[in-house]
Design a protein around this ligand. Sequence first.
Ligand code: NI
Length: 167
Amino acid sequence: MTVRPILEYPHVALRQKAKKVRKIDKSILSLADDLIDTLYEVGGVGLAANQIGVLRRVIVIQLPDEEEPRVYVNPEITHREGERDIEEGCLSIPGYHAIVTRSIWVKAKGLDRQSKLIRLRAEDLLAQALEHEIDHLNGILYLDHLESHQDLIPNDHRPAEVAEVGA
Ligand code: NI
């Protein structure tokens, strides 16, 4: 259990595709623990392994209204439905946020820590976090969904009541 430094844009690991996990062994469970510790330290919604420099397909998501963090190994979006524009930030791009077009709801699948296949339908923040974190595993950042980097908004200019959506 270790808090790891979060890599920041334009670090090359954020642009690489993470490798599929063949077996959920001790090293993968330890990676998941480090991701959770690191996420708790900085207080975001989600974190992908690329963001701490490990190119394996593991993500963690902590929703504000849930007690336990979610861990997904080899997660995939299997269906997307609709479009909505929502505010989004990223722990690897500190100081900015933007309005990004995401799906209204998604279906996803992945393995849990016990290697059990989990299938879920998600909407709201969970759908957004799944799309954002799975993008990370494919070397994609929310910047890539913007028409221009000029669409980035410095966080100083955001209203104080807007919740942190960094992931
Ligand atoms: Ni992110």
